[in-house]
Design a protein around this ligand. Structure first.
Ligand code: FAD
Length: 314
């Protein structure tokens, strides 16, 4: 029997009541409709790199997305949801398809990339997504959503804000660039990410995580002025983005911090990642996350919002 701790990068989560492996698009559609008909406790799972699942998932039904296939037509590249993101970035670089080279090293599937509009080092996947093929839960049918209907924002999309369903494939429109330059940019980014424990490595507990656990908070300019002068800030329209990592460390929670006796800890390389030091439970991860939120709220009056999807956890 498979536990979600075996299918997620933070390696926590119990055994689901049902686990279905979808290898083809037809299976993905059939299984999704099947679980939707059965229960409201279901999960569509890619590589599990942005999920924290409860230790008790016995009443959950999980569909694992393993669909493969990449086609190129008329300047557009269509990729099935279960393709691995990192391998796709390599392929794009080799073909001189520009626009995702800085997103190298992010774990996960292509199908999950629009969900939170993955981003890093100045790039977001939304800038090259043409459209998303989507099995819509409400409509019960497959539709194609053009980029403008995906409501992309910072780590955000309509898929995170209540448009429920399954991404079946993603179609990209890339720019053109010299493959050597794209490959070199990816290598540079991956080296940087590795130094922060942001590239999966099973021998390094700092990477047993969901990447960043909290989003960088966006606050009003007037609120930002109440913070210490050295607090990193970036303008976003008429608002200000803060560094969640800075807030956590300045609130007194340093890298490596763990609650007494807990096997969940802040990464020793990056204050924004909660990591499993081996054998941690979902409960321990959530307790640490809550403690960080309370400590930052008490010190700075800022609410940190978790980035990963919490499954079976209130
Ligand atoms: C070490 C590390 C570093 C990371 N760095 C970054 C980073 O730099 N930038 C960034 O943006 N993210 C980062 N992440 C987060 C994560 O890699 C991305 O969010 C990734 O897109 C998740 O893909 P996945 O296949 O693992 O999705 P999962 O974790 O399996 O699922 C995530 C969510 O998407 C939903 N989902 C997955 N597939 C589908 C589908 N086909 N249709 C509908 N819903 C679906 C799931 O239900 C769930 O709600 C990092 C994670 C780790 C562990």
């Amino acid at each position: 029997m498979t536990r979600l701790s075996e299918l997620t990068t933070i390696r926590v989560g119990g055994e689901p009541g049902k686990l279905l492996f979808a290898d083809t698009k037809e299976e993905l559609v059939t299984f999704a409709k099947q679980v939707w008909a059965d229960t409201d406790k279901w999960l569509i799972l890619g590589c599990g790199s942005n999920v924290v699942a409860s230790d008790d998932l016995s009443d959950y039904q999980v569909v694992l997305v393993e669909t493969k296939g990449i086609s190129v037509e008329g300047g557009l590249v269509t990729v099935q949801a279960g393709e691995i993101w990192g391998s796709f970035v390599d392929l794009a670089n080799q073909n001189g398809w520009a626009g995702i080279e800085s997103l190298a090293g992010i774990p996960g599937t292509v199908g999950a990339s629009p969900i939170q509009n993955i981003g890093a080092y100045g790039q977001e996947v939304s800038s090259v997504i043409e459209s998303v093929e989507f099995l819509d839960y409400e409509l019960g049918e497959v539709i194609v959503l053009d980029n403008e209907f995906c409501g992309f924002g910072y780590r955000d999309s309509v898929f995170k804000r209540g448009r429920v369903g399954v991404v079946l494939s993603v179609t990209f429109r890339f720019g053109k660039a010299d493959p050597a330059e794209l490959i070199s940019r990816s290598e540079e980014v991956v080296a940087l990410r590795r130094s922060k424990g942001m590239v999966l490595d099973k021998s390094d507990h700092d990477t047993w995580s969901c990447g960043s656990f909290f989003m960088n908070p966006i606050v009003s300019e007037s609120f930002a002025r109440t913070l210490p002068l050295d607090a990193p800030q970036w303008e976003v329209g008429d608002q200000v983005k803060l560094s969640a990592a800075w807030l956590i460390e300045q609130a007194g929670l340093s890298k490596g911090y763990a609650l007494p006796g807990s096997k969940a800890a802040i990464s020793t390389k990056h204050a924004l990642a909660i990591t499993n030091r081996g054998g941690a439970t979902s409960k321990e991860v959530v307790e640490l996350a809550r403690y960080i939120q309370e400590t930052v709220a008490n010190r700075f009056g800022v609410s940190l919002v978790p980035e990963p999807n919490l499954i079976g956890i209130s």
